[in-house]
Design a protein around this ligand. Structure first.
Ligand SMILES: [Zn+2]
Length: 102
């Protein structure tokens, strides 16, 4: 979900479970809420990239580039899996796994 700042820039809010679930199931962009095509972009930390699991919802590439901060990376994919962790998972947050590199 985006937050518009006074200087005209935008940034990402901490994603809520309800929001990322809605983005996943409706296949909408986490920034502008428009329908997703391809490629699908994810914004995350280098660590999320290395793990291939992202906590922010899927986005249009242009939206992802607009909201990424300096220490974040953008990864593109043609498809993703939506992971809903079970009780034993050390990371309880739902997340996305890019599954079809472009
Ligand atoms: Zn968008």
């Amino acid at each position: 979900m985006r937050e518009d700042l006074r200087d005209g820039s935008v940034r990402l809010r901490e994603p809520t479970r309800a929001w990322v679930t809605q983005c996943a199931l409706s296949r909408i962009c986490g920034v502008c809420e428009g329908g997703l095509g391809r490629p699908i972009a994810f914004v995350g930390t280098p660590r999320e990239r290395d793990r291939n699991q992202f906590h922010q919802p899927p986005m249009h590439l242009a939206c992802a580039e607009a909201v990424r901060s300096g220490d974040q990376v953008v990864v593109t994919t043609a498809a993703f899996e939506f992971l809903r962790p079970d009780r034993d998972d050390p990371d309880p947050a739902p997340r996305f796994e890019p599954s079809a590199p472009v």
